[in-house]
Design a protein. Structure first.
Length: 388
């Protein structure tokens, strides 16, 4: 402390605290209280997959209805005990709503973030095999993620809303209170082509061809529903935005076109449920493009933070890919051998640089290539060979 004090400039203030993380979380809580006292609304988002996608969707819809200057949201993936406070510190007087993305990989972290962000509205995208190295199993994931549900349950706000994915086996076990809006087979028809929702007795249809797969359609259904319940008078504007939304790149589910083939790139992150969802989206995309599975190549990388279940889940994921009808595979990373227990005729590579050396042979006569893996592999770097 004395060394820091000696280096302090005259225009700087040095504050000694017992725990820096607890301190900034308390500051964040005070910032949120000030925001809510002047009428601001706080939306919390979490889930095993799709947190950032849903944040982008929700921000787009709300910005279309309210105006961009009134919507504040988590930038990038600042969704932990440091990122959430930083997000709250950027709230300004012209903001009317703040969308706070919340991530976790250890028990108790979502509750800590909720205690700081104080959400009155929110949703959990789904429950999957993400971070089970520390959360142990799907019940552990549910227990952790449902801290957001419990935070909204405790909220005293008269208009509080929680949107529940009723198609998720674990989430549908949560209690259906009058402030909970469930999206399930009874009030929605969600498929690869369109979304039909029944909201307040009225049917709404979303047709957006850029939403690949039912998991992306469900993401949009949840975001449209939450937006419309918070701001019912703006529902028509939200519907227009839902039909026009296009997901930004960020190496997540983006399509890149080259001279002789296309690439479906999702190299931001990976866990078993997101991998299978993306594979199903890719299969849908192939059908839309009129491309047979034997003209495609799957490049699957490690799925990290799944602990003792790594072997079983990599094997099952490969088997699922084979069952979907895919013929050609390349597995990359330290878990490549686990994948190969599910599909034995794949090409195996230690890392992205090694795969690059065989790229031309791998992609020969292929029309569409799927690339997905955990962030640590940086699989998007494979495509650097096409940079000038």
């Amino acid at each position: 402390m004395e060394k820091l004090a000696a280096k302090k400039k005259d225009d700087q203030v040095l504050i000694a605290v017992e725990n820096i993380y607890s301190f900034i979380l308390e500051l964040a809580k005070n910032s949120i209280k000030d925001f809510k006292n002047r009428g601001g609304r706080v939306i919390g988002l979490t889930g095993s997959n799709g947190k950032t996608t849903n944040k982008e969707m929700l921000a787009y819809l709300l910005s279309h209805g309210l105006g961009e200057e009134k919507v504040h949201f988590t930038k990038g993936n600042l969704n932990n005990h440091i990122g959430v406070p930083l997000t709250t510190f950027d709230i300004e007087d012209h903001h009317e709503v703040a969308i706070i993305e919340m991530g976790t990989n250890h028990p108790g972290e979502i509750k800590i973030l909720c205690d700081a962000a104080l959400p009155d509205y929110g949703m959990i995208t789904n429950i999957g095999h993400a971070h089970i190295e520390y959360l142990k199993n799907l019940d552990g994931v549910l227990e952790e993620k449902s801290s957001l549900y419990k935070a909204i349950e405790k909220s005293k706000h008269p208009d509080k809303v929680f949107v529940l994915n009723g198609r998720d086996e674990k989430l549908r076990t949560l209690k259906k209170e009058n402030w909970v809006q469930v999206i399930d087979e009874d009030n929605s028809n969600i498929n690869d082509d369109a979304i039909i929702l029944e909201l307040d007795g009225e049917k709404r249809r979303i047709d957006n061809p850029s939403l690949l797969g039912t998991h992306q359609q469900m993401n949009m259904a949840m975001c449209f529903t939450l937006s419309s319940l918070i701001y019912p008078k703006l529902s028509d504007q939200f519907l227009e935005a839902a039909n026009n939304f296009k997901l930004k790149g960020m190496n997540r589910g983006e399509i890149r076109e080259f001279e002789n083939f296309k690439v479906y790139l999702d190299a931001y992150n990976a866990n078993p449920s997101s991998m299978v969802a993306s594979l199903r989206s890719f299969k849908t995309l192939l059908s839309q493009e009129g491309i047979e599975e034997n003209k495609s190549l799957l490049i699957l990388g490690d799925m990290n933070e799944i602990g003792d279940m790594a072997r079983e889940l990599h094997k099952k994921t490969a088997q699922e890919a084979r069952n979907l009808g895919f013929k050609h595979f390349a597995f990359v990373g330290r878990y490549k051998d686990f994948y190969s227990e599910g599909v034995s005729d794949a090409e195996l590579f230690e890392d992205a640089p090694q795969l690059k050396t065989s790229w031309k042979e791998l992609t020969l006569d292929k029309e569409f290539i799927f690339i997905k893996g955990s962030r640590s592999l940086q699989l998007e770097s494979i495509l650097d060979i096409y940079k000038d």
